[in-house]
Design a protein around this ligand. Structure first.
Ligand SMILES: O=C(O)c1cc(C(=O)O)c2c(n1)C(=O)C(=O)c1cc(C(=O)O)[nH]c1-2
Ligand SMILES: [Ca+2]
Length: 554
């Protein structure tokens, strides 16, 4: 079939029938304007086709759809192309894993599209451009060196104006985070931007300049391991920055810009325009890796550009952004229990801490939420019709950590805590752990919630113009539909494994489809094991990847 090239204009204004970007649009909404599937008829949803991916581990990539072509990336550096309507396999690309390779998170969060190419960042630090029609390799380039940098890539790339932008992971291996941008046509490196400034660069004054920790910036963390968002109108990208390395903040005294922050950047050269740091001197692995969602706030009857973001630290943030990309704190509120922040400066958003709840070297501290946060990487969703932000959250869990000095050995855990002693504690008689919260963006209030007594929630959310939410994320393998206005459960379907991939939607010949990839693994699986020990939950969730496509039956 013909392949319609993906242009800058199409990415900035994606047609409703396709799903060209990880989160559906550059604003990060995870929203489809399609309206055929409604709260009234969603109970008639039936599988149309499914396909095994032939690999295990956690499948965290959405189905990306451009007309008749659907692209799904999987763990182990694989990209599958399907006929969107029938599920026929068009091609399969697999980049061989290097011998001896290991990473902390064996997953991939999806491909990016531009022109006639498909871009995949592989776990062994490479970025590859494939021919969309054939799957043939067109170019490849090195983003990092997995052996010498101890880095790996799980992120989906983001393409902005002909540049493919991606950052590696490795916050627990002492990687100093960065983004790289490559020419989408040729693979030539366009720019590199570190999240932690070198001495003399703006922000370096927030890192130790002398003494025992003067070199801490070199391995300070701040990996940018989730795709950013883009304000196409004003030409500004927004990217989240991860946790500090090692985790203990006393080993890098100072605020440590730009860890656990959102950065606004110029996509042409990666220059930092502005930032907001969610919390200073991170000591909890509360990474700020999820870019905030681009919305507009209603202010005195006027629409003003804003950012909203449910952060891992358990706070929900409202930030202003202007046409130049300047970010200004507006307000925040806890959406899960946080035992660390004793107050937040209403002007600056800067928190003060209960020192007893801040882990440090040779000190044991207990804090809530645990390192997995009020929410981890799964995407929130925004629906402009309901005006609600939907947050996949986890509450009633805490962590006890003891800090230590851990030498940095390439490729090895060096977060400054014993990896076997990540002491997750759930609340006694917890009423639930996971769930979905719906928040009014303008009203600033929670409107409804769904809670899961027997599961964490690892499910990114899709919302539709017709008022439906789709989400997996639970250990019972179910894919669910909810009423976006009320939160009422409308439909559910058990897939072969648990779902931790973002659902997406597309339409062909006037028929709307919902796609999702089933395939439990990574931290969702790790926590399930801990919940077995703590609360007697089933130890394992069946694994193995499969793609599912649904539509309304008769
Ligand atoms: O600091 C990092 O570089 C980094 C990377 C990743 C990743 O690439 O998946 C995760 C984390 N940190 C992390 O802290 C975390 O909780 C996490 C969960 C998952 C997952 O896929 O379930 N990845 C990651
Ligand atoms: Ca991390």
């Amino acid at each position: 079939a013909d392949y319609k090239p993906v242009t800058d204009a199409r990415l900035a204004n994606p047609e409703p029938e396709n799903w060209l970007l990880t989160k559906g649009n550059y604003a990060g909404w995870s929203y489809t304007p399609l309206e055929q599937i409604t709260p009234q008829n969603v109970s008639k949803l039936r599988p149309v086709w499914s396909a095994a991916t032939n690999v295990g581990s956690g499948h965290e990539a959405p189905a990306i759809v451009n007309g008749d072509y659907m692209f799904v990336s999987t763990p182990r550096n694989q990209v599958l192309a399907f006929d969107s309507k029938t599920g026929r396999v068009l091609w399969r690309y697999q980049r061989e894993m290097p011998e001896g390779f290991g990473a902390l998170h064996m997953t991939n969060r999806g491909v990016a599209l531009w022109g006639d190419k498909v871009y995949i960042a592989s776990i062994d630090c490479m970025i590859s451009a494939l021919d969309a029609k054939t799957g043939k390799l067109v170019w490849e380039a090195e983003v990092c060196n997995w052996q010498t940098d101890s880095a790996y890539i799980t992120s989906a790339p983001l393409v902005v104006k002909g540049k493919v932008i991606v950052g590696p992971s490795g916050g627990e291996f002492g990687v100093r985070g960065f983004l790289k941008a490559f020419d989408a046509q040729t693979g030539k490196l366009a720019w590199t931007r570190y999240s932690v400034p070198a001495p003399g660069e703006p922000g370096s004054e927030t890192w130790p300049q002398q003494g025992q920790w003067k070199d801490s910036w070199k391995n300070g963390g701040g990996t940018m391991w989730m795709p950013g968002n883009y304000d196409a109108k004003n030409d500004v990208i927004y990217w989240g920055v991860g946790n500090g390395a090692p985790w203990l903040g006393d080993q890098r005294p100072g605020d440590n810009l730009f860890l656990t922050s959102v950065l606004s950047l110029n996509p042409d050269n990666g220059n930092i325009i502005s930032h907001f740091q969610y919390h200073w001197n991170d000591s909890w692995d509360w990474a700020g890796m999820n870019a905030p969602t681009l919305v507009e706030f209603d202010r005195n009857g006027k629409k003003v550009p804003g950012l909203i973001s449910a952060q891992r630290n358990g706070n929900l943030y409202w930030l202003d952004r202007d046409a130049k990309g300047k970010i200004t704190y507006q307000k925040s509120t806890p959406y899960v229990k946080n035992t660390v922040f004793t107050s937040i400066d209403p002007k600056t958003g800067r928190p003060t801490y209960d020192e007893a709840a801040k882990p440090a070297t040779n000190k044991t501290a207990t804090y809530c939420p645990s390192l997995w946060g009020g929410k981890d990487w799964p995407y929130e969703a925004y629906n402009p019709k309901t005006g609600l932000l939907y947050i996949p959250f986890n509450d009633n869990h805490c962590m006890t950590l003891t800090g230590m000095i851990q030498p940095r050995i390439p490729g090895q855990w060096s977060a400054g805590v014993d990896i076997n002693k990540l002491d997750l504690k759930v609340a006694d008689n917890f009423p639930f752990i996971g769930g979905i919260q719906a928040w009014s963006v303008d009203g600033g209030k929670e409107v409804w919630r769904q809670t899961y007594k027997h599961s964490w929630n690892w499910g990114s959310i899709l919302t539709t113009a017709s008022g439906v939410l789709f989400a997996g994320g639970t250990n019972d393998r179910k894919f669910r539909a909810y009423d976006a206005k009320s939160g009422k459960l409308l439909w559910e379907f058990p897939t072969p494994s648990g779902i931790i991939s973002p659902p997406s939607s597309f339409s062909i010949d006037g028929k709307q489809y919902i796609a999702v990839v089933s395939g439990w693994g990574v931290d969702a699986q790790w926590i399930q094991g801990k919940m077995h020990d703590q609360a007697g939950w089933e130890k394992a969730v069946p694994e193995g990847g499969s793609v599912w496509v649904f539509a309304l039956g008769d």
